[in-house]
Design a protein around this ligand. Structure first.
Ligand code: FES
Length: 174
C-alpha cells in the first residue's frame, strides 16, 4: 500500500468544492447587480407617485366658477415606503362650467415651473414666467410657445356639495 493511500481523509470541504462555491457566489453577486436594474425597471409603474393618492376635500363646489381659481391642499400619498406626515403640498387651478369641473396642475409641461392664470399680463391664458409658455383656459398648450403638451389634470368628484381632488392624470382628455 502506498503512502498516499494510507493517509486518512481530512475533514472539511475539498479544494474543488471550495472553488465551486466561490465561483458560484461571485457569479450570483455579479448577476444580481445586473438583474436589479432590470427588475426595478419592470416594476417601476407600481412605484410611481400617485398610485396611492387619496381624494382630498378642497372646499364647497359652489365657490368655483368659470374664472380659474387657485386652491392649495395637501395630498395624502404613499410613495414607496415614504409617506410624508400631513401630506404633500399641492395646488390646482379649478374652473367649473355647469357640472363640468376642470382642475389643472400648475406645473408647466416644459421644464416644470409654475404657471399662473393671466400671469405676465397675458389675458385669458395661463402663463409660465420661466420661458414664456402659454396655455389656454382648458390647459391646452399654445403652439409656438415652449410647452409641447397640455397641463396635467387632477381627477375630481363632487360629494355632498364639496369638491374632492385626487390623483393627477395626463391633460388634454388623454
Ligand atoms: S418651464 Fe414653463 S415655459 Fe419653460
Amino acid at each position: 500500500m502506498s503512502e498516499k493511500q494510507k493517509q486518512p481523509k481530512k475533514p472539511g470541504i475539498s479544494r474543488r468544492r471550495f472553488l465551486t462555491y466561490t465561483i458560484a457566489s461571485t457569479g450570483g453577486f455579479l448577476a444580481s447587480g445586473m438583474l436589479y436594474p432590470m427588475i426595478r425597471f419592470a416594476i417601476d409603474p407600481l412605484l410611481q407617485k400617485g398610485s396611492d393618492t387619496e381624494f382630498v376635500d378642497v372646499g364647497p363646489v359652489n365657490e368655483f366658477g368659470t374664472e380659474p381659481k387657485s386652491v392649495s391642499f395637501n395630498i395624502k400619498r404613499k410613495d414607496g415606503w415614504y409617506e410624508p406626515k400631513g401630506g404633500e403640498p399641492a395646488t390646482a387651478w379649478v374652473t367649473k362650467n355647469g357640472d363640468q369641473i376642470l382642475a389643472l396642475s400648475p406645473v408647466c409641461k416644459h421644464l416644470g415651473c409654475t404657471v399662473k392664470w393671466e400671469g405676465g399680463g397675458k389675458q385669458d391664458h395661463y402663463y409660465c414666467p420661466c420661458h414664456g409658455g402659454l396655455y389656454t383656459k382648458d390647459g391646452t398648450n399654445v403652439p409656438g410657445t415652449p410647452p409641447n403638451e397640455p397641463l396635467d389634470e387632477y381627477e375630481s368628484r363632487v360629494e355632498g356639495g364639496r369638491l374632492l381632488l385626487g390623483p393627477v392624470k395626463k391633460g388634454g382628455g388623454a
